[in-house]
Design a binder for this molecule. Sequence first.
Ligand code: SF4
Length: 496
Amino acid sequence: MTDKAHVKSEKIRCDACPVLCYIADGKSGACDRYGNHAGELVRLDPLTIISNSIESGAKAVPFMKGNSGNDWDGDLVQSNRPFITAVGAGTTYPDYKPAPFIVSQKVDDTDMVTIVTEGIFSYCGVKVKIDTDRFIGHERDIVLCQGEPVGHVMTSEYGSKMLSLGGVEHLTGGTKKEGRVTCDTLLKLCNGEAVELTVEGGACVVVQAGKAPIVNGQAEKLMRVGCGSAAIGMFASQWVQHVDEVIVVDDHITGVLSEHQAGKMLNVPPSGIKIRGRRSTPGRYFQVAQPGTGWGGTDVEDPLTILKPADKNVAWQGLRLLMVSTTGEQYAYFQLDADLEPQPVPLTEALQFSVDRIAENCEPSICSVLFMGGAGGSLRAGVTENPVKLTNSVKDALTHVSCGGANAYVWPGGGITVMADVLDMPSNSFGYVPTPALVAPIEFTMRLSDYVALGGHADHVRPIEDVILGSVRRVGRIDPEADPTAKHNYRWKKGS
Ligand code: SF4
């Protein structure tokens, strides 16, 4: 690391990011990632190694000294084969020089190489999926944190609301405070911390990766089983013996059993029950109410408000009507009186069972946070002297990209734009620099022969045993499916 340091009086200069801090002895720089230890610039977090020998699911363990992780223990498949991540590796900004660690190891009969860098991402953000039906804001509404705009509401997905947070426009395109708060928001979310977000004109949501969202102070429990129409399809056959009509109330598609295709197939006769909203196809209605935090993500507290007067020519006294939400959390049961007005009656045992069945089929609500970044620019120069060759190699599936050892989804098209689940990465994988930008781990793994062919810094390749010294942090594999060195990640065939 001494090549990062340029001595100036007692302070040394860190050149790992454009801030170029002067750091006094015993102190750390503005990002807390680098420090001055007796005149030497050191990366303060330990380099993190993923090793299968650590119990699966363990996110962080004490350092294990004096063990390279490759000691022969009779394990033929070397399931404890370590993988070097970029967490704690440091950067080589600007990347006129090779990445901090370029390490080789033999995997089965193949010489592999992994190049690791803590990338400084100005072009990055997170995509947040919040499992809730509750209204949190309209598409395109601005999302605020500490009063600063940090992103916007995107599409609603099936049972979830999506947010896009961060991105270069917020990091660098607004005020200094906006950039700082955006960077802080991304950092916390990526490191698995809770963040309180407010949607302009919408709800206040506490978001934390892997945890239930808290919408307007209320922890969400269930993710809906499907839209109103899907719920009818799923449960129609369980309802028909016990009830004459079922309405599944949903903000997007409210379902009406007797009109729905599923009801028709089960010979449910027309009921004459009519609901408000825009009829799409038989038994499927849009816009029965406004979005809200009531039944099925609508503003409905009293389900009878979505009913029109029953058709006198079709409906009959004693008609049994079940109304239920898409999570089964709200339900009501009625019978029509002599005036064809619905009167509440206690739920029968069979209907209670079917309502419980809806809830049973709902998955727990959680928030997921995917880091998304464009790994272009000079970062690639730390890997090869001919950066476009790295991009091509990734596209050709000769190079595998991972983030902190987690599988990264590589978007089609130009550049190396990746997305990874932060919960699949070791704890505290992310850092920041006050430019402001997020610091995220990224690793490129390929055959050594391919690395040489794409103009890699072959002179800087070191065997992994030389890198795994006592000061590394070892974590267990978090996603059992993720193995950046596994052959199935590569287009080349064994022996080619
Ligand atoms: S902010 Fe951090 S990485 Fe950037 S120069 Fe200062 S200590 Fe180095």
